[in-house]
Design a binder for this molecule. Structure first.
Ligand code: ATP
Length: 186
């Protein structure tokens, strides 16, 4: 698992990490997610796992400012975000020289494909450091083909090492609305 930065134990319905809740009942967890969602905070951590609630509308949290904000930050340093997961995987791959895997799980329509695109967007931005490149468009264009098998594998090989970063998506009918992302070494 990718280690997280220190987070003070947060309590109450606005906490960024559900692990910090004093009450871990289903009701308390859902209430926290609902409260954050109403504040347009669609991402919440459960330790090093990211829970996302599909907003079904555009939120201005995926622009270059956010790419920069999450560049080379430890998970938990900033507000939960999908870019933080991409960043953690990318830098863990560089630092440890080990393959990394991001698992995206959720029911139909929960946002797995969209999240995969956000991940790829951030990964390509990190690897290109913002320089214009056709790489992202090529990878995104391969999405529908890979989608059929519910498996998206992004081979991200840098010039200096041979580590690979995989993104795997699968449907989880038992999870309503949400999907989970986690990063681990493989
Ligand atoms: N973070 C987001 N911000 C805005 N819209 C989103 C976000 N995530 C998902 N959506 C929207 O929700 C809809 C469904 O998302 P998506 O296609 O990614 O779901 P999925 O989990 O891949 O579904 P399926 O399993 O059926 O392929 C899309 O219209 C998408 O634009």
């Amino acid at each position: 698992m990718v280690e997280r930065g220190f987070l003070p134990q947060e309590q109450g319905p606005e906490c960024e990490d559900l692990c910090g809740l004093p009450d871990l009942s289903e009701r308390a967890l859902l209430e926290t997610l609902r409260t954050r969602f109403r504040q347009e905070k669609i991402y919440t951590y459960v330790g090093s796992i990211l829970v996302a609630v599909n907003p079904f509308r555009f939120l201005p949290i995926y622009n270059p400012k956010y790419v920069k904000m999450y560049d080379n930050r430890r998970l938990g340093d900033r507000e939960p975000h999908i870019y933080a997961v991409a960043d953690a995987a990318y830098h863990a791959m560089l630092r440890r020289q080990r393959n990394q895997c991001i698992v995206i799980s959720g029911e139909t329509g929960s946002g797995k494909t969209q999240s995969t695109n956000f991940l790829i967007h951030h990964l390509t931005a990190l690897s290109q450091k913002g320089y214009a490149s056709g790489v992202e468009q090529i990878i995104l264009g391969a999405g529908p083909v890979l989608e059929v098998r519910r498996l998206l594998i992004l081979n991200h090989t840098t010039a200096v090492m041979q580590s690979t970063l995989h993104i795997v998506t699968h449907k989880a009918t038992y999870i309503k609305i949400l999907f989970l992302l986690s990063v681990f070494q493989c």
